[in-house]
Write a protein that binds this ligand. Sequence first.
Ligand code: ATP
Ligand code: MG
Length: 226
Amino acid sequence: MVDAVVRARGLTKTYSDEVQKLEVLKGIDLEIRKGETVALMGPSGAGKSTLLHILGLMDSGTSGELEVLGRDARRLEEAEKDAVRNREVGFLFQFHYLLPGLSLLENTALPLRIMGMSASDASKEAAGILESVGLGSRLRHLPSRVSGGEQQRAALARAMTAHPRLLICDEPTGNLDLERGEEVRALIWKMARQEGTAVIVATHNPDLARSADRTLRILDGRIAEK
Ligand SMILES: Nc1ncnc2c1ncn2[C@@H]1O[C@H](COP(=O)(O)OP(=O)(O)OP(=O)(O)O)[C@@H](O)[C@H]1O
Ligand SMILES: [Mg+2]
């Protein structure tokens, strides 16, 4: 295996209920290599979020092959999926999903605590990462007491705190104004490049896409590389 963090072959996803079947992904072939930054574009409803959920082991494909971080996704038990997701994959969404009752420091330390790190070590690590995203003076603030851009930077810090090998972002700047979005975008690339993290970012923003190593487009359920 040549450093593939994600590899999909003929991956499909069909949503079905009693009345209809919706074939969203019709045979996705893709490979994301270690440290690579990839933008995922395509019209609304094309299946970007669906694909990211599957790559992040939050959902399963209907058929086809998928390898995530060296594991065959079809063979993983739920508990193994949870472990891979918690330890090796970071997530950043359009909305921050920070826990409202915890400070930025506690939110950022949480993934490390879940992995079994002591409270004092986790706090130290989390403080360092928050400083590196410019939030060193906001450690004790609750999410509701900081701005939208700061919330999103804290969410990025939390996503990166366990040093994931893969960072999955779904419209990470979609809820921010131009300048704030630009800050978050620059930080995603900076942290990912420092850490050698592979990143896949679903976005409608062509500037964000241009700043990735390459762009994939979902069109009619398949990937077209631009
Ligand atoms: N749980 C579900 N059950 C049934 N259909 C779904 C489900 N989730 C998504 N869909 C449908 O699958 C299609 C793809 O949705 P998805 O959210 O992946 O698109 P997207 O490319 O992320 O769009 P956007 O750019 O608007 O975020 C849509 O038609 C959506 O309605
Ligand atoms: Mg989406």
